[in-house]
Write a protein that binds this ligand. Structure first.
Ligand code: XIL
Length: 315
């Protein structure tokens, strides 16, 4: 059932690594013109930090760059992310919230941001990373102030202002059955039971070459969501490895990419795959996981990883 295969990308000003401007034209050609990708997501530009860095002051500049390029390229746009504990405006932590002022802030943020791109976004990650690994709610500023109600409020508001968009819950470590997948399934059921629209579950799929689930575990996790009649997508796929790059870890990486994409291809409700950038120098991985990298499919010199061929075979 796969409808798209795409890559997230950052607007040029936000690309993590300076000094690679010479690579931009080749990068942009692959991203927008080569036909490799049928969809995209802005890695940063639609997040709270960029869209509402100051309370009530909205800025769509960064998100617009990717949104416009996607439109020009005829690519499906997945939009990311409306309510997330990370990359918030600093002000969010400085306000002394009451439940009522926080409800107003969440509704205002979603009305403005999801409203701004209501005709552009095929899908929205409405809530991102709301659970801990043990399936309990993450103690974010939103949860601490409102409890699980903030999730309902976010989905209800998104459904109202962006009625055409598919509304997703998105998280990491949902790629094999575990406590977090169970909590996410329960969330889907609870929202549906209350008549609140949720259309999909996004499996971020930030994977590791050296330690990873099996193909069967991937299929079981995806099928577990599919059984609830929601769409499933791999939304932020990358497979990091422990540096240095060797033939051996590239071969392991190929297996991991092929397994997770293959699992998506085998379950009808798994509708698409998004790489969390395709070009190693623009990947977030080296900045966050020390000693790890080469998580994408294109090396710095624009040759492709063995995993590229692994994915073609798995599709
Ligand atoms: C990452 C971006 O890739 C980085 O550029 C940024 O500095 C931090 O965020 N889960 C998510 C994404 O949902 O938004 C994160 O993206 C990666 C983890």
């Amino acid at each position: 059932g796969m409808m798209y295969f795409g890559s997230a990308t950052d607007s040029p000003g936000q690309r993590e690594r300076a000094g690679l401007e010479a690579a931009y034209s080749k990068y942009d050609e692959i991203m927008w013109k080569s036909g490799e990708f049928g969809s995209t997501t802005p890695t940063n530009g639609m997040k709270w930090l960029f869209t509402e860095a100051e309370q009530g002051v909205f800025n769509y500049t960064e998100g617009e760059i990717v949104s416009k390029n996607a439109k020009k390229a005829g690519q499906i746009l997945r939009c990311h992310a409306l309510v997330w504990h990370s990359q918030l405006g600093l002000w969010v932590r400085n306000v002394t919230w009451t439940p009522e002022t926080m409800r107003i802030a969440i509704v205002d943020h979603i009305e403005k941001v999801a409203g701004h791109w209501k005709d552009e976004c095929y899908a929205w990650d409405v809530v991102n990373e709301a659970f801990e690994e043990d399936g309990t709610y993450r103690k974010s500023i939103f949860y601490e102030t409102l409890g699980p109600e903030y999730i309902e409020l976010a989905f209800k508001t998104a459904a109202r202002v962006a009625p055409k968009a598919k509304l997703y819950y998105n998280d990491y470590n949902l790629e094999w059955p575990n406590k977090k997948t169970e909590a996410t399934q329960k969330l889907v059921k609870d929202l549906r039971a209350k008549g609140i629209k949720i259309d999909g579950v996004g499996l971020q799929a930030h994977m590791m070459a050296e330690d990873h689930p099996t193909l069967d575990q991937h299929i079981a996790a995806i099928q577990g969501f599919a059984d609830l009649k929601v769409d499933v997508a791999l939304t932020e796929l990358d497979v990091r490895l422990t540096l240095p790059v060797t033939e051996a870890n590239l071969a392991q990486q190929k297996v991991v990419y092929a397994n997770v994409v293959g699992a998506c291809a085998q379950v009808k409700s798994c509708i698409g795959v998004t790489l969390w950038d395709f070009y190693d120098p623009f990947s977030w991985v080296p900045y966050v996981f020390s000693g790890e990298g080469a998580a994408g499919l294109w090396f710095e010199d624009f040759t492709t990883h063995p995993a590229y061929d692994g994915i073609i075979d798995a599709l």
